[in-house]
Design a protein around this ligand. Structure first.
Ligand code: ZN
Length: 130
């Protein structure tokens, strides 16, 4: 397993990307993810990525996060082979989930979030690439 990416809530992708670009990272692609009401920029970093998340709607979970806490680190994503199987395992153990079923994420991935109450405050994303 490895860290797939670290998600960061930002007001503006272009502005937020500047420091990373000075350090030599590159924005590989920007796409909209309607299920999360965000624009997403991925900056590859080793076998992981930095994911910049810009809300596209006041009802976006990212906007709500920023209303409460401001911009900053939002979630940690681990790469898994089979999100659905991991969710079944967690459900059996009574682990609280934000997504009971996988939902489409950026880059064609299947994702699901575990409730931060279960991880002592970390929003954990399970991320399966095709
Ligand atoms: Zn993510």
């Amino acid at each position: 397993m490895h860290i797939d990416h670290i998600g960061i809530a930002v007001k503006n992708i272009q502005e937020a990307a500047q420091v990373y670009e000075l350090l030599g990272l590159e924005v590989k692609n920007i796409e909209e993810v309607p299920s999360q009401k965000v624009r997403v920029a991925m900056l590859p970093l080793g076998e992981s990525k930095i994911e910049l998340l810009e809300p596209t709607d006041p009802e976006s979970p990212i906007q709500k996060f920023m209303d409460k806490k401001g911009s900053g680190i939002h979630h940690l994503a681990v790469a898994v082979d089979d999100v659905a199987a991991e969710l079944e395992k967690l459900k059996k153990e009574g682990v609280r989930l934000i997504n009971e079923e996988p939902v489409p994420g950026a880059g064609g991935a299947l994702i699901a979030f575990v409730h931060p109450k279960e991880t002592q405050g970390v929003l954990l994303e399970l991320c399966q690439h095709k």
